[in-house]
Design a protein around this ligand. Structure first.
Ligand code: NAD
Ligand code: TDX
Length: 339
């Protein structure tokens, strides 16, 4: 079995690679990653010497290179994690999101059509459903919820999802799509809420909470997401969409306060800053379908997962300090100074 994993030098893709190499000793994993600002080869250092693992630096939008790779490798399965993934960056500059998230997906699927594939899996997001109001805790996103996006990021992911379903209907490509809620865990890039707050708190820097911090996200430990994708690529029905989430809704402000408590830092570090444009209020996944059809259930409780995650950031300072010491400083200034 040969699996091409795109975006494997990023947060979720790398965790998926670790999970798969550990679980399936006979599988070959070929990671394809452009190594954008979000991709880090150091993340993959523990698997670089594994004979079942190969790293290929390539852009999923580069048709010639991707075709050549498929011709050489002839993968059985493609799992596409590669994407521009940060909402705030998409608000500043949508172009690259359209390029990578939509055009890159098309190139990968064209390669699958040309060289044949058993399964193309698209890693999507709950953000394609837009948001839910705070005063309707009875509402959840199901797979039937209409697509209704808010940001250039979520729109680009929705565009890709529609293209994936179109390739299934028009060309019979054997696809599946998963739409997951917010992940957290090791190797999460420090521009995102949880790692940003951990890093800033450890450096005694202000903790910038957008708006009033009332927005709700549905948090899932990254390994539970990886387990769900493993089940979908092996047992999921072709042409289907599966929502993934663990019914773990939390307000941003409560997460930030929890991080302060765990790290023994004062809540006075919390600074309320201008809200994100078009900020989604609440995400909440109904995971009934994946539970009933594939038997998936989240295994890591948030109380344990957040402790494990904080411990990981404490024990792996080198990994994130290296990241935040470079170009990231300019990004941080631009996004947060005078906000
Ligand atoms: P990430 O930003 O940490 O990693 C993205 C990876 O893709 C990086 O290694 C980057 O170098 C690579 N990449 C970007 N453009 C590329 C290109 N053109 N060609 C090849 N590689 C490229 O992202 P993540 O948080 O790990 O998210 C992975 C996927 O999961 C994305 O598709 C995202 O939309 C989706 N998702 C993320 C979350 C979350 O909470 N992080 C939740 C649901 C879905
Ligand atoms: O500095 C911050 N302050 C703050 O209040 C940051 C970075 C975020 N926030 C808020 C915005 C959101 O309400 O925290 C919440 C989470 O923000 P992000 O970590 O940027 O995640 P989100 O916008 O919810 O999107 C994430 O989940 C869905 C991923 O980045 C996406 O790739 C995924 O599709």
């Amino acid at each position: 079995m040969k699996i091409v994993v795109t975006g494997g030098a990023g947060f979720i893709g790398s965790n998926f690679i670790f999970y798969m190499l550990n679980k399936y000793k006979e599988y070959e994993i070929i990671c394809v990653d452009k190594l954008t600002y979000a991709g880090n080869l150091s993340t993959l250092k523990t698997v670089m010497d594994n004979p079942n693992f190969t790293f290929v630096k390539a852009d999923i939008c580069d048709r010639e290179t991707i075709y050549k790779l498929f011709e050489d490798v002839k993968p059985n399965i493609v799992v596409n994690f590669a994407a521009e993934s940060h909402v705030d960056r998409s608000i500043e500059n949508p172009d690259i999101f359209l390029q990578t998230n939509i055009m890159g997906t098309a190139v990968l699927m064209d390669a699958c059509r040309k060289y044949g594939i058993d399964r193309y899996h698209q890693v999507s997001t709950d953000e394609v459903y837009g948001d839910l109001p705070l005063d309707r805790p009875d509402l959840f996103f199901t797979e039937e919820t209409p697509i209704h996006t808010s940001s250039p990021y979520s729109s680009s992911k929705a565009g890709a999802d529609l293209l994936v379903l179109a390739y299934h209907r028009t060309y019979g490509l054997p696809v599946t799509i998963s739409r997951c809620s917010n992940n957290y865990g090791p190797y999460h890039f420090p521009e995102k809420l949880i790692p940003l707050m951990i890093a800033n708190a450890l450096n005694d820097k202000p903790l910038p909470v957008y708006g009033k911090g009332e927005n709700v996200r549905d948090w899932l430990y990254v390994e539970d997401h990886c387990k769900a994708i493993d089940l979908i690529i092996h047992n999921g029905k072709v042409g289907e969409v599966y929502n993934i989430g663990g019914h773990n809704e939390m307000k941003n402000i409560d997460i930030v306060k929890l991080i302060c408590k765990e790290l023994n830092k004062p809540e006075s570090l919390i600074t309320y800053v201008a809200d994100r444009k078009g900020h989604d209020m609440r995400y909440a996944i109904d995971p009934t379908k994946i539970h009933n059809e594939l038997g998936w259930l989240p295994e890591t409780m948030f109380a344990d997962g957040i402790k494990k995650t904080i411990k990981w950031y404490l024990e792996n300072r080198e990994w994130w300090e290296e990241i935040i010491s470079g170009e990231y400083q300019n990004y941080y200034k631009k996004m947060y100074e005078n906000r």
